[in-house]
Write a protein that binds this ligand. Structure first.
Ligand SMILES: [Fe+2]
Ligand SMILES: [Fe+2]
Length: 272
């Protein structure tokens, strides 16, 4: 099974650039074309939040228009730049299978990996949270099937990653979430977005990873002083669930360069 994870697309109103500099709509269109033309094609695409830049209706409509070009099913969750109403009004149905917009969390049962979407947003805040209601919901869903390999996707990583967005901003309920996660060894990974740079780390018996953004990469500063982004090619992650039951994550950059070169196989010389 192949899962393409795209994140932090920050789509602006049609005809504009994000923060007047980042061509995020163009980047997403390039990325979608790349995903559609890849061989093998991903089975599904997960968009882990910050779909829009300001949560405007026009931005959601623009995002939906771009995402409609995907040739495979896709699923969305909100990030702190979105709002639940906008996500639900735009994507309810196949891309966001929830019956109301209290929380945008749901389970996808149709694949070799069981997929659980978790809503980590707090209205009008950039911080993340898993409250008691959401932790209980997750615990119940995980208890329904504690053997099938499971992947959780959410916007905010629940660990401090050495960046302002996790170390100075906060995640409310980290312990609460960790206590649930630790009960279920069948959780292969928790894949997130939010910090616009790829990381992976061991956490409470599983792996937490983040995907890069669609072209607005965090300028890393472990001193937590600078909060800037740099422009890069749209980048996404391809999670490959192998026949050996390993979840292998490849980071794919959708560059302009198409030249490729053969590796030369190394043949040891006989020592005379
Ligand atoms: Fe973001
Ligand atoms: Fe975010």
């Amino acid at each position: 099974m192949l899962i393409a994870q795209i994140s932090d697309t920050h789509i602006p109103i049609e005809g504009r650039k994000t923060y007047n500099i980042a061509p995020m709509a163009e980047n997403l269109a390039r990325c979608i074309e790349h995903i559609n033309n890849s061989n093998p094609q991903p089975d599904i695409v997960l968009l882990t939040g910050d779909i829009t830049n300001k949560g405007l209706i026009e931005e959601f409509e623009h995002s939906a228009l771009l995402l409609s070009q995907l040739k495979m099913p896709f699923y969305v969750i909100p990030g702190n730049h979105d709002n639940r109403e906008g996500v639900w009004n735009t994507f309810k149905g196949t891309a966001c299978p929830v019956t109301n917009n209290d929380f945008i969390h749901y389970v996808i049962e149709d694949y070799a990996l069981r997929l659980i979407a978790l809503d980590s947003t707090i209205p009008h805040s950039s911080n993340g949270e898993i409250c008691e209601l959401r932790a209980n919901w997750l615990d119940q869903r995980l208890a329904e099937n504690n053997e099938k390999p499971t992947l959780i996707f959410m916007h905010h990583p629940p660990v401090k990653c050495g960046v302002i967005e996790t170390d100075i901003d906060c995640f409310v309920g980290e312990e609460r979430l960790g206590d649930v996660i630790e009960k279920y060894p069948n959780i292969e990974a928790i894949i997130c977005g939010h910090i616009h740079t790829p990381i992976h780390t061991r956490w409470r018996g599983t792996i937490v990873s983040t995907a890069p953004s669609m072209g607005m990469r965090l300028l890393l500063d472990l001193n937590l002083e600078c909060d800037k982004f740099i422009l890069e090619d749209p980048t996404y992650q391809l999670h490959y669930w192998t026949e050996d039951h390993n979840l292998i994550t490849h980071t794919i950059s959708v560059g302009e360069t198409v030249s490729s070169y053969l590796f030369e196989r190394y043949i040891p010389r006989e020592i005379l």
